[in-house]
Design a protein around this ligand. Structure first.
Ligand SMILES: C[S@@+](CC[C@H](N)C(=O)[O-])C[C@H]1O[C@@H](n2cnc3c(N)ncnc32)[C@H](O)[C@@H]1O
Ligand code: SF4
Length: 373
């Protein structure tokens, strides 16, 4: 049985992020999207149940748990969730004194980001505490490339919705919103990178909106609007890394070399040093569309699922025997015997400190000590 000491421990961990896979459905079938092409197919639900979502959030509030980030998109298109507005309202309205989150982060393909949805989101940001980061996965400049990459051509509505959001943000002065205009560098669209950049730069300049151009997270937050050229993660990763670096150079952005130091904190891909336990297992629970709790964003096949939140409480699962076993394997450096971790070379997120690991292990000693008395 889970011990209450773990909840106190969890409350005191900094930089926690919780992810919700709100939707398994999407109007597109992007060529680079592992979720819509190879994974998630056998899941029972299309959308995360609203009551279950509220139950999980209420459990966090009751236990005074605060997250640095709540992210609302993992696999499908969250804006297709029939209760998306209710979900986002529920979060903002429960964030008095910023007790629940610092930032809500949403990735969207923009096709369903209607002016009404934008109005709802902006009104919430303006009236309640908390920041909002929205990544608009536009990923193409021409209708031709849009269709090739995403499977159907909805470029016009995508661009219209994007422009509406940017103008509304400026007009209403929604400074607590960070907007990323994303372009994924893929072989079917990479030739258009410069045109994409020119198109959005000229729109932003005409509208008098400040922005920066970036090519990889993390980026310096000098502006709350950024055009970002992102790497594709896929089989044959070296090919995509090189493609991305070529585009970054062509666009005159900083060479990736100079960013390695920053990235080392974030991605083991760049690590030459000994592999450390993955912070995700402590800091980043992921709730899948069917209620499964997973310790890792990358584990879309549920190889390390901790159980289903329909049946158990969040804390019973997050501090269950199987969760502890997984963490202890990481602490022991035994990555080889965990199928999802063995070949993982990608993790975006903060690190777990040595002190936090010692604190975690200390609880087991305390519990064992209590048992001996
Ligand atoms: C899987 S999507 C789900 C959210 C939403 N449907 C969207 O497209 O933004 C989450 C984010 O991952 C990005 N993405 C999808 N496949 C990717 C890949 N193979 N490598 C890098 N990013 C990817 C998308 O562009 C999007 O920004
Ligand atoms: S829009 Fe998003 S979820 Fe849909 S197929 Fe593309 S990347 Fe995947």
């Amino acid at each position: 049985m889970m011990n209450k000491k773990f909840i106190d421990y969890y409350r005191n961990l900094d930089n926690k992020m919780i992810g919700f896979d709100l939707s398994n459905k999407c109007c597109f079938k992007c060529v680079y999207c592992s979720f819509q092409n190879k994974l998630n197919k056998d899941r029972e639900n299309d959308f995360l149940n609203l009551d279950l979502f509220k139950k999980i959030i209420n459990e966090q509030i009751e236990n005074k748990i605060k997250y640095r980030v709540i992210f609302l998109a993992v696999g499908g298109e969250s804006l297709m969730h029939p209760y998306f507005n209710e979900i986002i309202s529920f979060l903002f309205k429960n964030n008095e004194g910023e007790r629940l989150f610092d930032i809500i982060s949403l990735n969207t393909n923009v096709a369903f980001l209607s002016p009404e949805s934008t109005d709802t989101i902006h009104n919430l940001i303006l009236n309640y505490p908390g920041k909002f980061m929205i990544t608009l996965s536009i990923n193409a400049y021409s209708s031709r490339a849009f269709k090739l990459v995403k499977g159907q051509d909805l470029l016009k509505i995508t661009n219209e919705n994007t422009k509406y959001l940017l103008r509304d943000k400026k007009n209403k002065n929604v400074t607590d919103e960070i907007v990323l205009l994303q372009y994924l560098v893929h072989e079917l669209s990479k030739e258009e990178s410069k045109k994409f950049l020119d198109f959005w730069e000229s729109f932003l300049q005409d509208e008098g909106i400040n922005y920066i151009v970036e090519y990889e997270l993390p980026f310096k937050k000098e502006s709350d609007v950024a055009i970002i050229f992102k790497r594709v993660y896929w089989d044959n990763q070296e090919k995509y890394d090189k493609m991305h670096q070529d585009v970054v150079k062509e666009l005159g952005l900083l060479p990736l070399e100079e960013k390695k130091k920053d990235l080392e904190k974030f991605s083991p891909r760049f690590h030459s040093v000994k592999r450390e336990p993955c912070a995700s297992l402590w800091l980043s629970p992921i709730v899948r569309v069917d209620g499964i709790l997973s310790p890792c964003l990358q584990d879309d096949r549920d190889l390390q699922m901790l159980g289903n939140l329909k049946n158990d409480s969040f804390f019973d699962l997050w501090f269950s025997e199987s969760a502890h076993n997984l963490r202890k394997k990481h602490i022991a450096g035994d990555f080889e015997n965990i199928s999802i971790c063995k070949d993982c070379d990608f993790f975006i997120g903060p690190k777990i400190s040595k002190e936090d690991i010692s604190g975690y292990l200390r609880i087991f000693d305390e519990i064992n000590g209590e048992d001996d008395e």
